[in-house]
Design a protein around this ligand. Structure first.
Ligand SMILES: Nc1ncnc2c1ncn2[C@@H]1O[C@H](COP(=O)(O)OP(=O)(O)O)[C@@H](O)[C@H]1O
Ligand SMILES: [Mg+2]
Ligand SMILES: [Zn+2]
Length: 564
């Protein structure tokens, strides 16, 4: 497969670094005046340009262009060697895997040798907070008296874990989360250069998901465009799992109206159309969080979709703070619901009903109650409070940069891994005697678990012919095997239809035949949260909720739904 976009798009000059002008300007000046420091510390969230800038420093200080303003020139021998990753005097150490004091001592011993190729030896120590205390101490010795030819760039996402003794010896730069519009513009520009076909609103959709990390944004874009077709907003939402915002609004409407029937109905419908319950819960929490921040006058307006603004405004006035907190807590529970496997809707339904039945105790009324209790022991906190009408705070009108707390709950993270169960988790079930009896294939026939075991390989082979087919397979689940036809489950109709287009099925069949030495058909379904069923003779994917239901909970399959 081709190089990941985020690598391909790594900035090679200061101008290309987006959103960190305060840092690139300083570094650039230092190079220009030939006053580069001997130790830098780059701190900030992941995917914001720390490693990128560290390499630019290495390049600039070793660049051969006579004009200091031009460094790095990207044309000279040294620049080219660094871009290609074969410059001897750039040493990158991942502290996450080299944490021992010996690694650092080793570094200390070698550091006194002069550079072999360039003017400076540059050491980039990534994730430096992972070093052990002993390793930090060893590093400190080196930082105290670095040889003139050495430059250190330490990078970390967790600056609070860096000892003060190390901090005080470094010039520190704090990388910021990259603002939404800058991410959007960057993606737009780069996509145009690359000739990617993407509908305009998709960029905003992606940027919103990336919460300030340009790397995440680029990876999401990469994932979407791996199909090579024009990416529409609808497809992007389907793949990113953000399509349900209307649903979220309706559920919150029901919360505000305390309308249990409407709320539970919405939850049910969402799950019926294949929405992942935990994902839906995350979206609800994330939406309610926006309402909360809005109430607090702390919401960066740029991060909200235009069409959501009036809704957030309305919900902020309908849901008093204590109610809001209660709802966030209840749905936050549902994001971690481990019952999601066997009763997908339960966590959400509980969240909704708990919200309705559990009284909210507003902080001020609690204080009042406590005071009252002191004099009148019999007074109890009333179960329901008259709703105070909070005015949406004025300040909220002005965009506040950096308003996002670091630990914000994030909606819809990029799916990192294919959902398909890995072979080792799939295999133990084969040994179950009852199942073996029922579904034991005739000798030589391929079973679902055989396919499970080879699935990664199949996908990789498919990817060699067509990466976008592999991308689609990655979004599918092995749902079953019937009459030698493999059933692939997709979470949405859009994905299913994409898979059914332009030779994807034929290619997959060809590879299956190549791997298993016999013809295996492929068909696609939209898998609903019921887990589908499956008439007797279908071999069921026994790893997911169906497996849990039948195996662990004694459930029986009574009905099967197949989408085509
Ligand atoms: N500020 C930025 N400007 C342009 N691209 C960026 C920026 N930050 C991250 N990227 C993109 O993300 C990739 C990874 O960035 P990197 O510098 O390794 O992030 P970090 O080290 O902060 O985690 C880069 O190759 C680039 O494609
Ligand atoms: Mg990095
Ligand atoms: Zn150069």
């Amino acid at each position: 497969m081709s190089k990941a976009l985020y690598r391909k798009w790594r900035p090679q000059s200061w101008d290309e670094v987006a959103g960190q002008g305060h840092i690139t300007q300083t570094l650039r000046n230092a190079v220009m005046l030939d006053r580069v420091a001997h130790a830098y510390l780059f701190a900030g969230p992941r995917g914001t340009g720390k490693t990128t800038c560290a390499r630019l420093v290495a390049k600039a200080v070793n660049c051969l262009d006579p004009d200091l303003k031009n460094r790095p020139c990207n044309e000279c021998e040294h620049c080219k060697a660094i871009t290609a990753g074969r410059f001897m005097d750039l040493i990158e150490i991942d502290a996450a895997s080299n944490t021992s004091v010996d690694d650092i001592r080793d570094l200390r011993d070698k550091i006194n040798f002069s550079p072999s190729q360039g003017r400076f030896k540059v050491y980039i120590i990534d994730e430096v907070h992972m070093l052990s205390t002993a390793a930090f101490n060893a590093l400190l010795k080196t930082l105290e008296e670095p040889p003139a030819h050495a430059i250190f760039v330490l990078a970390t996402t967790e600056i609070h874990k860096i000892p003060a003794t190390v901090l005080s010896r470094c010039q520190r730069h704090e990388f910021r989360r990259i603002p939404l519009e800058i991410i959007v513009n960057h993606l737009k520009e780069k996509s145009a250069e690359e000739g990617l076909l993407v509908e305009e609103p998709v960029f905003t959709e992606i940027a919103r998901q990336a919460t300030g990390s340009l790397r995440d944004a680029i990876s999401l874009l990469d994932q979407l465009t791996s199909t090579n077709e024009k990416i529409t907003l609808e497809m992007a939402q389907a793949i990113l799992g953000t399509a349900t915002s209307l649903r979220v609004i309706e559920i919150v409407d029901a919360l505000a109206a305390k309308d249990a029937a409407a709320g539970l109905e919405q939850i049910d419908q969402a799950l019926d159309t294949g929405t992942d319950p935990r994902q839906l819960a995350r979206q609800i929490v994330s939406y309610l969080r926006n309402v909360l921040l809005y109430q607090m006058g702390h919401l960066n307006q740029a991060d909200i979709a235009e069409d959501l603004k009036p809704k957030i405004h309305a919900h902020a006035s309908q849901l008093p703070l204590p109610e809001l907190l209660k709802a966030i807590n209840a749905f936050n529970q549902a994001t971690m619901d481990e019952h999601a496997n066997w009763h997908p809707g339960l966590g959400l339904e509980l969240a909704f009903t708990e919200y309705l039945v559990r009284p909210a105790v507003p902080a001020e009324s609690q204080a009042r109650t406590e005071q009252a209790a002191a004099s009148q022991p019999l007074v109890k906190a009333p179960l329901t409070q008259p709703k105070p009408k909070p005015e949406p705070v004025k300040k909220a009108e002005a965009p506040l940069p950096d308003a996002e707390p670091e630990s914000a709950p994030q909606a819809g993270q990029a799916p990192d891994e294919p959902e398909v169960a890995s072979p080792d988790t799939a295999s133990p079930q084969d040994e179950r005697p009852d199942q073996a009896e029922k579904t034991a294939p005739p000798a030589g026939a391929v079973s679902l678990s055989d396919i499970h075991k080879q699935w990664r390989k199949v996908k990789a082979l498919v990817g060699k012919h067509n990466p976008r087919t592999e991308g689609l397979l990655n979004t599918s689940k092995l749902a079953g095997l019937k009459d030698n036809t493999l059933i692939l489950g997709f979470s949405s109709d859009t994905l299913k239809q994409m898979m059914e287009k332009s030779g994807n099925l034929t290619l997959t069949c060809d590879i299956l035949e190549e791997v298993f030495g016999q013809a295996i058909g492929v068909t696609c379904i939209v898998s609903t949260h019921q887990g589908g069923v499956l008439p007797e003779d279908i071999e069921i994917e026994n790893d997911g909720m169906v497996g849990t239901a039948t195996r662990d909970l004694g459930g029986k399959i009574t009905d099967a739904k197949e989408a085509n």
